[in-house]
Write a protein that binds this ligand. Sequence first.
Ligand code: ADP
Ligand code: ASP
Ligand code: MG
Length: 405
Amino acid sequence: MARIVMKFGGTSVADLDRIRSVAARAKRAREAGDQVAVVVSAMAGVTNQLAGWCQALSPLHDAREYDAVVATGEQVTAGLLAIALQEMGVESRSWQGWQVPIRTDGQHGKARIEAIEAAELIRRMELGHIPVVTGFQGIGPDHRVTTLGRGGSDTSAVALAAAVRADRCDIYTDVDGVYTTDPRIVAKARKLAKIAYEEMLELASAGAKVLHTRSVALAMKQRVRVQVLSSFEDLPGTLVVDEDEIVEKQLVSGIAYSRDEAKITIRRVPDRPGIAAAIFGPLAAKGVNVDMIVQNLGADGTTDLTFTVGKADLPRAQAALAEVCPGIGCKEISTDDEVAKISVVGVGMRSHAGVANTMFRTLAEKGINIQVISTSEIKVSVLIAAEYTELAVRALHTAYGLDAA
Ligand code: ADP
Ligand code: ASP
Ligand code: MG
């Protein structure tokens, strides 16, 4: 007997038949004696459509209204799943973020969960009911609906699992686990039985959207056991665990890519103290996250600054730069959103040299130019032209010996 939070992603609730089969799965778990709460995403494609409508009306739209719009997708699936469960004779009701409540900070569009009042959910789970909670959303200090950023339902599930003190958080999705890289672009990707929290965290933040980055950070901090598994087949999934639970440590465990970044280059900026702060300060003030950064000194006493931001933040970043640039005398700004970031991740890197070099050599052999490089203790990332994404990921997967036999 265990207490579990089951989370179902967009493809798992894409139509009424799938919603019925999710209901049946939750009911089976309850009948096996487990206490169950379910977290749902919006039906596949719905959030994209809702976000697209906001974008079409205004690229610099009010983030509070964006949240009011995009949070509706989860409201629909939670209600439908509760109806499907009731139809199967299970006591169930839907819970929207504000009803639980799931309290977040006030950063609309990328809010962080601060607290969940779970006593009533626990009481109902103990009675054998199955509460269905909307993923992705909460309520901010301004009493308005907030959302957690794309893919955020995983974070809702892990936070809920921590709040109800669940034994496990099962993330049901359209692949049967975490692979060495996205199995949709590399047919030879291998499923991992276990992956370390830290590796999963780096892979997720580098673009492996199988888990939302903050869900992994939260699971690591709150000691939530997370399992990723298929909602379509009964196969063993992947457990996210502590590093010391992994016996065979690979040099590189996984490769991730992200096409969600855009590159900004500011040319011929006067090279003097305070320039970086003058540029990056206003970006931070507008909520724009900067990822990779390189700076090149020119012979004429000016410098070129290249950095990446989330693609969705590009209009906001351009607006901020248009305000600051005249004041600091920079001459030219160019942007490129046809770029991809490719990252190789592995805890084995801590103790072995040569990982970055293998990456650079492999890309050179394929004629792929590297535009920006960044590294951390267990990750090397490069920015390349987006058209080479698949080629680069496949070549690196082979180069690091990750291909399935
Ligand atoms: P959900 O809607 O269930 O949350 P997502 O689309 O957010 O599902 O995440 C699952 C997808 O993540 C898979 O379909 C797969 O294409 C992608 N993915 C990227 N990297 C990996 C990886 N290393 N292992 C497994 N899936 C991955
Ligand atoms: N529905 C939201 C999205 O598509 C949240 C999620 O699915 O995790 O981003
Ligand atoms: Mg997801």
